[in-house]
Ligand binder design. Structure first.
Ligand code: HSE
Length: 435
């Protein structure tokens, strides 16, 4: 049986998942591929730690460059994460004519153009199924399964850690910091959990999805990003009362003229399918012009699910090698000549419904002052509730608006927050209500 040699860089959580799957599912993989995926090297700086997977000691090395330069290695799996040395290793592997498989969304979201161009010029493949949605085959579904469609919109829950935190805060009222520790212990979180909490990891993933959905050049800076660190138990309580659930959503819509690209905490109807994607699960809800709505759901993080996606790329590349069909599907799903820049809308252009929580003194005339400013900026109120009564301090006044313009909302809130009767910065959460 023909052998395809794999050199693994990074024996961490995902690397372990990949190795375990290659060992435990060898038979089924071989019966599907008609060749064997042979682990030639496993490179990591730490070779001592017990990872619960037994690898022949002769495969272990601390010398990543030796792996990349080994002429017998066909595919380099970069599972180190981060920008450097991962980027240099990938570019060197490409230069050496090796195919690359990576889970590194941060790297692709920022340096993807350079990496994909280098690969296309050298005639090698870059597989990155594991970079978005963990074990869910999102990338391949868009690139191949939905190839016939213009993608019109996508809504994604793409960070397991953030979803886990919001789920526990909503359903069990566990404080933010405690849930974060649990998510880290379960192996969901990034090395720097700020990426999970502040929406950066989700924005990395959305950047990659934009490229494969619309054929736009990779541009991480164009994605508006807000995280979940300011979500309070008080807001979660009110949100539930209004019939919503809060999710950290990656949102993109194409209106033909320009594309929206934003990541922020979002209120969605609590009976919608996405609202029921909980714990560390991820989902992507998309609309294609031919297919209609499609939702993909599954484990978005963790050793084995992400390992499953990595191995799917290894098999894909191996199939192409065996058939001499490398480059059959372009890395980002579009031919280089078919990629075109689109205008990405700024957040000020957004039109949506809003949840506001004002903290204001509880006395006559306060509400009319607030609603007067909203009215002046053409922001129409759908419902308003004052929660409780406090004659000394401030009370929360929760307001849901009809569709309004973000630029107007920002101006109105900055005026309102300057009133003496308003005691704290107003909380703003955007709503996507498709009921
Ligand atoms: N930290 C990521 C998450 C891992 O929590 O979803 C998968 O990309």
């Amino acid at each position: 049986m023909k052998k395809i040699n794999i050199g693994l860089l990074g024996f961490g959580t995902v690397g372990c998942g990949m190795v375990k799957i290659l060992l435990e599912n060898r038979e089924v993989i071989e019966s599907r591929l008609g060749a064997s995926l042979a682990l030639k090297w496993v490179a990591d700086l730490d070779l001592e730690r017990d990872r619960g997977v037994i690898v022949d000691a002769s495969l272990l090395t601390t010398d990543a460059e030796m792996v990349i330069d080994d002429p017998e290695v066909d595919i380099v799996a970069e599972l180190i994460g981060g920008y450097e040395p991962a980027k240099s290793f990938i570019l060197r592997a490409i230069e050496n004519g090796k195919h690359v498989v990576t889970a590194n969304k941060a790297l692709l979201a920022v340096h993807g153009h350079e990496i994909f161009s280098a690969a296309s010029q050298r005639g090698v493949e870059v597989g990155f199924e594991a970079s978005v949605g963990g074990g869910i085959p999102l990338i391949r579904s868009i690139k191949e399964g939905l190839v016939a469609n213009h993608i019109q919109s996508l809504f994604g829950i793409l960070n397991g850690t953030a979803n886990y935190i919001l789920t526990k805060m909503t359903d069990q009222r566990i404080p933010f910091s405690e849930v974060l520790k649990e998510a880290q212990a379960l192996g969901y979180a990034e090395a720097d959990p700020t990426f999970d909490i502040e929406g950066i990891d989700t924005a990395h993933k959305l950047t990659i999805l934009l490229a494969i959905a619309y054929g736009v050049p990779i541009d991480f800076d164009a994605v508006y990003t807000e995280g979940i660190s300011k979500v309070t138990p008080l807001d979660i309580k009110f949100i539930k009362e209004f019939g919503y659930r809060i999710k950290l959503l990656a949102i993109s819509k194409d209106d033909g003229e320009a594309v929206e690209a934003r990541v922020h905490p979002t209120l969605i109807p609590d009976d919608s399918m996405l609202a029921n994607v909980n714990e560390a699960y991820n989902a992507l809800y998309m609309k294609g012009d031919a297919v209609g709505n499609v939702m993909l759901y599954g484990a978005g993080a963790g050793m084995m699910p992400t390992g499953s996606a990595v191995v799917s790329d290894l098999v894909d590349v191996a199939r192409n090698i065996l058939r001499g069909a490398v480059g059959r599907v372009p890395s980002v799903g579009y031919q280089p000549a078919g990629t075109k820049a689109r205008r990405i809308k700024s957040i000020e252009e957004l039109k949506t419904e809003y949840y506001f929580r004002f903290s204001a003194e509880d006395r006559p005339g306060v509400l009319s002052k607030i609603s007067g400013i909203l009215g002046k900026h053409q922001i129409s109120i759908k419902s308003v509730h004052q929660k409780g009564r406090d004659l000394v301090g401030a009370v929360p006044i929760v307001t849901i608006t009809h569709e309004a313009k973000e630029a107007a909302v920002r101006m109105a809130l900055s005026e309102i927050d300057q009133f003496e009767v308003v005691k704290d910065k107003t909380v703003l959460i955007r709503i996507e209500d498709w009921r």
